[in-house]
Design a protein around this ligand. Structure first.
Ligand code: TYM
Length: 340
């Protein structure tokens, strides 16, 4: 293995902790499919990160179906296992092993700055699992185990990919090598932070209190339409310039969702709907979302009816993943001086 040149390679993942949302689709999966399809990458690797899910309690009776649902969401959206590697993380033990090595590279001060831990732990940091705190080090291992050069994620994961670069740089420096690449986060497009439909200052997430806050990737046409028509907005019509949405988070969010679903810029959407009221824009958005998302939900349901087939796909992907991961972990151990 040469230590300096890195083929352009993508790695990204989603936690199976509850269902998938429109945020996961627009911020991640839809863009992964585009990157897979354009063919500019030597390898595209997509992972259901079940080891990350258990950083908060997961009912063992539900972890399996959540894992299959995330895989089904990726497959239904167009991730093609004959062109991409698709697997679940716990099947490739090298992730956990490299994470331990990185726990000894990452510094406490770096981990203490992770905003997602602070948000998730809130005032209850003492009661959180050690895994939740160490999570970004496992994420660095996920990425660097494949020498991934590009990681397409939503805005909320940016700091974790930057930490991955810090870990790679410190490892390379401490061991006098250039073994790990300095991975780039790929955060582009209008929907890098899809917001909650009831409160435009909060991120759309799997775990919000009310189902009306989010579009689930399994929602049927009527549900998608109802949620978007009932989405909170303000009384003003749409402005003629994007700048007019500056202090209107709910309005901005719906314009961004429209832009991402229709592969346009938010400016182009505003150009088309300048001066339109919600009575015009919301039904148009609902129609677009149903057109794009309902077929994916139908396909997800079809795939989930045959869990054994999903399991075969994930098992095959894990074999392919191990072929890349095993030599990289072995070389890492060698560089660190372990007797193997
Ligand atoms: P997770 O499971 O929370 O989310 C998966 C992906 O969906 C994106 N996303 C969003 N994008 C825009 N708007 C939203 N409201 C929204 N909600 C979620 C996330 O940014 C992410 O890209 N730690 C990661 C999983 C992970 C990972 C990795 C990602 C583990 N190892 C290695 C990349 C590379 C996470 O919890 O994502």
């Amino acid at each position: 293995m040469t230590d300096k040149t890195f083929a352009p390679r993508i790695f990204s993942g989603i936690k199976p902790s509850g269902g998938l949302t429109l945020g996961n689709y627009l911020g991640a999966i839809k863009r992964w499919v585009a990157m897979q399809d354009t063919g500019g990458f030597e390898t595209t690797i997509f992972c259901v990160v079940d080891l990350h899910a258990i950083t908060v309690w997961q009912d063992p009776a539900e972890l399996g179906s959540a894992t299959r649902e995330v895989a089904a969401g990726m497959l239904a959206s167009g991730i093609d296992p004959s062109r991409s590697i698709l697997f679940n993380q716990s099947r490739v033990h090298q992730h956990a092993e490299l994470a331990w090595l990185f726990n000894c590279v990452a510094r406490m001060g770096w981990m203490n700055r992770m905003t997602q831990f602070k948000e998730k732990a809130g005032k209850n940091a003492e009661k959180q699992s050690l895994g939740l705190y160490a999570y970004p080090s496992l994420m660095a291992a996920d990425i660097l185990l494949y020498h991934a050069t590009h990681v397409p994620v939503g805005e909320d994961q940016k700091q974790h990919v930057e930490l991955t670069r810090d870990i790679a740089a410190k490892f390379n420096h401490d061991y006098g090598t250039e073994f790990f690449p300095l991975t780039e986060p790929v955060i582009e497009g209008p929907a890098m932070r899809v917001m909650n439909l009831r409160d435009g200052t909060k991120k759309m997430s799997k775990s919000g209190e009310s189902d009306m806050e989010r579009i689930n990737m399994t929602d049927d046409a009527d549900t998608i339409s109802k949620k978007l028509k009932k989405a909170r907005t303000d009384p003003e019509p749409l402005p003629s310039e994007l700048a007019g949405l500056k202090d209107r988070p709910e309005a901005r969010n719906l314009v961004d969702i429209y832009a991402a679903l229709s592969d346009q810029s938010p400016e182009a959407v505003i150009g088309e709907y300048a001066g339109a009221g919600w009575g015009t824009f919301k039904p148009a958005l609902a129609e677009l979302a149903v057109e794009k998302m309902a077929p994916i939900a139908t396909e997800m349901r079809r795939l989930m009816d045959d869990p054994a087939e999903i399991d075969r796909t994930l098992a095959h992907g894990a074999e392919q993943a191990r072929e890349i991961a095993a030599p990289i972990l072995n070389r890492t151990a060698e560089i660190m001086g372990f007797v193997r």
